[in-house]
Design a protein around this ligand. Structure first.
Ligand code: C2E
Ligand code: MG
Ligand code: MG
Length: 919
């Protein structure tokens, strides 16, 4: 790896330095050894040289002495003495050196005499001094020493011979003896001299070998040690390199080495390869900037910069890069450390979102430290309280808050939050302007790693409006929204409370039940808006008559109640009841209408008529009912007898609900005859309730109840379907087709699905639209308001005709007569009854007939019971008539028999038919 070597250059030099030193030491050692060997060689050469000088001197001395013995030549003696002196000097030098007792000068003189080369002298001295006991040296010296006596004896012979020559010359025998002695000494010394020489040579060889092996060994040891050392150092270098590579590769960050000059990648670690999705060898040589999404321009060395690292799959990884410059030898290299900051970026984004959310949520948020001191608040908080985040900083979270009763927030709140609960409750908070408002506060804690509370987070909402709404709702739950009087539940609560007090104080409590007479007509004849305003005026009039402590309530459409607590006797209520009747019968001005009403009032009291609120109200109602039925604009005190009636009505309501499901209704049909001819031209379908116990119940009794219960529409729909089925049955039976009228209640007529319902009923029986006549009362039309025109037009388009029923009892508007689809006018029985005697009724009837005629409507008079009525009406131009004079309402088969007299009447029913009298 090229960069590792370079990058490791400095430490490597340091690491290799011992190796170099060791090499130098080894070389120096070997050189020293070589020098030592050289010195030894020089010494050995000195020894060999001295040995040769010595043995030559020894041999020459013997020869010179023998010659002197033979010839007596003085020159021979001088020669002998010269050699002998050398030998003696050598001996002295030898022994002096070995003994160590010598001076360097005297020894030098000995060496110079023996012609020993000066370079060898110190070595020889050293050897003799220290190694005289070593092998070969020891033997050589022994051989040398063994000749010492013989040489001394040669000196003695020389002395004896010189003395003999001085004395006139030795004898032949003497010469011979002396020569024999010399010979013998020579014979003795010769092998020893030889041995000395051999030992010197052997010693030299031995030492030479020793030195050779010594030097070789030293060299080998030095080389071995050096190699060992080198191996260790290299191993440690390699270990470092591997560790470095491991570190490099296992780094959590991506590391990229870039050539500063070219900007090309020199090396990458494994993380960089993994993140880029490319192999390391692919990356090497590529340009560093190609790794990133954004340009690297402007990035400073040593400064962290964010960027996005391109992955092989195109996914960019958010990173932070930090580069630094280094030198690989002389090559400037940029080392880039790339850190994955995905998590940090994600966290940062989450933090931003959280901060954004916090800033934008509608709830106020306060973040406080563990000491409950505010750190920050959001914008909503500022908006709610007027305090800016800065102005609250460091202030206590609970400083501007207290419990709704004014007490400071208790410690238990914080204990609960610290224990890990989320505290929620209502507090009273103060705004920056000093005003206060109710606040819903929720406090929770954020904990640190040790589980200690680090921060408190308080979320708050201004519940001022919610509380106001709640109060409003509570008020609405207890009061009638139209009049503001107590509703039934609230009225009952007042009653119950009054009864409790009355029971304790032995007093009476009176409940009045007020029902407006004929309010329904007002409501139907004018409009609901007027009806409502009328009720408000009535409520106001009632309220005005009450004393303090009295309570007024509205518990139904036109049903009012009054509670008068703390009376002594029930009869004490008489005065207020009279006042109420009086005030309610006075004309009321609503918009431009002057409306005259009256009321019926029932009176019930505790303890006489009931001991609980419900009973008192029910009994007062029963009393009111009695007043209304017996005499309007009157009041009645409750008597138990009245209760039976009330119960009956209640029972009826219950049973009526079941009647539809049990199929207890059936239809009867009252014929309508042409007055002129007496011919039956139509029938009117009238509903009957066949009560399982009470027998036939008439509409007058159950229809108002059905209206009150909201059942009337379903009854009407049933009647419509049953009528259509009946028409179809008559058709199938061959009955000549006649018009069939059906009564439609205001409820159904006003319903958006009304026209659809009628059409569907006709279609289901495949009947033409003109087979039906819808009887609709004026008040029902009135209820429809502005929609009447459209509904009538639709009916007209469909070909369905309408009769205005009970005409004259309501508003009697001409406008209705001109509506499309209206083709018939039914004059109410109340006008017919007085005919012909009652001049008013006669005048009204004649006027109505004339008006209808001029509008092209067919007139039908209802409830004709007498011939006189018949005659009058016929004379006045009425076209058709209905009444007991002609026929009671009939069962279907009776109708069939009437219209097809030839067919037998299936069931043996009594038919009462009064044929019209002809004038
Ligand atoms: P209405 O539509 O005016 O019907 C005429 C009522 O007068 C019938 O009473 C009929 O029996 C009665 N009547 C007919 N001729 C005479 C007579 O000569 N003398 C007397 N005293 N009465 C006579 P009914 O059947 O009791 O119905 C009463 C009212 O109930 C009807 O008045 C009508 O408004 C309503 N009604 C009847 N059937 C239905 C129905 O199916 N649906 C709806 N919504 N209302 C119905
Ligand atoms: Mg009718
Ligand atoms: Mg009628």
């Amino acid at each position: 790896m090229h960069f590792t070597g370079n990058s490791l250059q400095k430490p490597l030099t340091r690491r290799l330095l011992p190796l170099a030193y060791a090499l130098a030491v080894a070389i120096a050692l070997i050189m020293a050894l070589t020098w030592g060997v050289l010195q030894v060689q020089v010494t050995l050469a000195g020894f060999l040289n001295s040995e040769s000088v010595w043995s030559k001197a020894q041999k020459q001395a013997v020869i010179d002495l023998d010659n002197y013995a033979l010839n007596g030549d003085i020159a021979d003696l001088a020669g002998f003495q010269d050699n002998y002196g050398l030998l003696e000097a050598d001996r002295w030098g030898r022994d002096a050196i070995i003994s160590g007792d010598f001076s360097k000068a005297s020894i030098t003189r000995v060496f110079e005499r023996g012609n020993i080369m000066p370079a060898a002298q110190p070595g020889m001295t050293f050897m003799l001094q220290h190694f005289s006991g070593t092998p070969h040296m020891r033997e050589a010296l022994a051989a040398w020493r063994s000749t010492d006596t013989s040489i001394a004896e040669l000196g003695t012979i020389a002395s004896e011979l010189r003395a003999a020559h001085r004395a006139g010359g030795p004898t032949e025998a003497e010469i011979k003896r002396q020569r024999d002695r010399i010979k013998a000494l020579n014979a003795y010394m010769a092998p020893r001299t030889e041995l000395f020489s051999i030992e010197i040579v052997k010693g030299a060889v031995w030492l030479g070998e020793l030195l050779f092996w010594g030097v070789l060994g030293a060299f080998l040891i030095a080389a071995l040690l050096w190699l060992r050392m080198a191996r260790r150092i290299l191993e440690s270098i390699r270990g470092t390199e591997e560790r470095y590579r491991l570190l490099f590769d296992s780094a959590a960050d991506a590391i990229v080495m870039v050539d500063e000059a070219s900007g090309r990648i020199l090396d990458v670690n494994r993380t960089a390869a993994a993140w880029t999705g490319r192999r390391a060898d692919e990356l090497v040589g590529d340009r560093f900037v190609h790794l990133f999404v954004q340009s690297m321009a402007g990035q400073q060395a040593g400064r962290a910069a964010t960027n996005a690292l391109l992955g092989a799959d195109g996914h960019a990884r958010p990173v932070e890069t930090q580069t630094s410059l280094a030198n690989w030898g002389n090559q400037p290299v940029r080392q880039a450390i790339i850190r994955d900051i995905s998590e940090r970026v994600a966290m940062e984004r989450e933090r931003r979102i959280a901060a954004e959310a916090l800033a934008n949520i509608a709830e106020g948020v306060i973040i406080a430290d563990a000491g409950r001191r505010v750190i920050s608040t959001n914008a909503a908080h500022t908006e709610l309280t007027g305090f800016t985040s800065q102005s609250l900083h460091g202030k206590r979270l609970d400083e501007s808050r207290c419990l709704p009763d004014g007490k400071p927030l208790p410690q238990s709140i914080w204990d609960s939050v610290t224990a890990g609960h989320n505290w929620m409750g209502e507090v009273l908070s103060t705004r920056s302007d000093g005003s206060s408002y109710p606040e819903h506060l929720s406090i929770s804690a954020i904990r640190d790693a040790e589980g200690q509370v680090a921060y408190y987070v308080a979320v708050l909402t201004d519940i001022h409006e919610a509380k106001a709404n709640q109060h409003r709702l509570e008020y609405m739950a207890r009061h009638d929204p139209l009049t503001g009087l107590a509703n039934r539940a609230e009225f009952e609560r007042y009653c119950a409370a009054a009864i409790t007090v009355a029971e304790r104080e032995r007093l009476a409590v009176v409940v009045l039940f007020i029902d407006l007479d004929a309010f329904k007509i007002v409501n139907d004849s004018y409009s609901h808006a007027i009806g409502d305003r009328l009720l408000m005026k009535v409520a106001e009039r009632i309220r005005r008559q009450l004393s303090e402590g009295d309570v007024a309530g509205r518990i139904g459409g036109d049903e009012f109640t009054v509670l008068i607590p703390r009376l002594i006797l029930r009869e004490d209520a008489r005065a207020i009841v009279s006042r109420l009747l009086g005030t309610l019968s006075e004309p009321l001005l609503v918009d431009d209408y002057e409306i005259v009403l009256s009321a019926s009032i029932g009176v019930a009291s505790y303890p006489l008529d009931g001991d609980n609120a419900a009973a008192l109200i029910a009994n007062a109602d029963a009393a009111m009912y009695a007043a209304k039925t017996e005499e309007r604009n009157a009041f009645r005190f409750y008597t138990p007898m009245m209760h039976a009636d009330t119960r009956r009505r209640l029972q009826l309501a219950t049973e009526l609900r079941q009647a539809l499901a049990r199929n207890e209704f059936h239809l009867v049909f009252q014929p309508s005859v042409e007055l002129r001819t007496g011919r039956i031209v139509a029938v009117e379908a009238l509903v009957r309730w066949q009560h399982p116990e009470r027998g036939e119940v008439l509409p007058a009794e159950f229809i108002p109840v059905a209206e009150g219960l909201g059942l009337i529409r379903r009854i009407d729909e049933w009647v419509m379907q049953a009528t259509c089925a009946q028409i179809q049955a008559w058709d199938l039976a061959g009955v000549p087709p006649i018009r069939v009228a059906v009564n439609i209640s205001a409820r159904w007529f006003g319903h958006p699905a009304f026209v659809d319902g009628v059409s569907r009923a006709l279609q289901s029986r495949h009947l033409a639209a003109n087979r039906l006549l819808l009887e609709i009362t004026e008040s029902a039309m009135l209820r429809l308001g502005d929609d009447i025109e459209r509904t009538m037009q639709t009916l007209h388009t469909l070909g369905i005709e309408v009769a205005i029923d009970d005409f004259g009892t309501g508003y009697s508007s001409m406008a209705y007569l001109k509506l499309p689809a209206v083709a018939y006018l039914k004059i109410d029985r109340s006008f017919v009854t007085g005919l012909p005697g009652d001049t008013n009724d006669a005048a009204i009837t004649e006027a109505m007939l004339a008006m209808a005629k001029s509008l092209g409507l067919t007139t039908i008079a209802e409830g004709i019971e007498t011939e006189a009525q018949h005659d009058f009406l016929l004379r006045s131009g009425c076209v058709e008539g209905q009444g007991y004079l002609y026929s009671y309402p009939l069962r279907p088969e009776e109708v069939q028999h009437l219209l097809c007299p030839n067919q037998p009447l299936v069931p043996a029913a009594r038919l009462k038919l009064v044929p019209p009298k002809r004038g």
